[in-house]
Ligand binder design. Sequence first.
Ligand SMILES: [Ca+2]
Ligand SMILES: [Ca+2]
Length: 89
Amino acid sequence: MNRYRFRLLLIQIFFGVFTQATVSLGVHASQDLPTFFDLEKDGDGVISREEAVDWSALTSAWDSVDTNSDNQIDMQEWNAFDPKTLSSE
Ligand SMILES: [Ca+2]
Ligand SMILES: [Ca+2]
């Protein structure tokens, strides 16, 4: 292997690592979970069905999160569930 090829290999390794790092960062960012206040837009202190549509994983798990079945998710219900269990959607 001559010097030129060796340098080319180093560049390829560098960009390979760089690309991988960028991809994993991107995946990480997309898994960021919304907070209560990201979803609670109109300021009434509860997440309504309409507000929850911004996060499809929540709407599909709605019944298990809205434990008192008033069609709203309050802070207490929000804190009682683990949003990470929904992120696999
Ligand atoms: Ca609201
Ligand atoms: Ca509720």
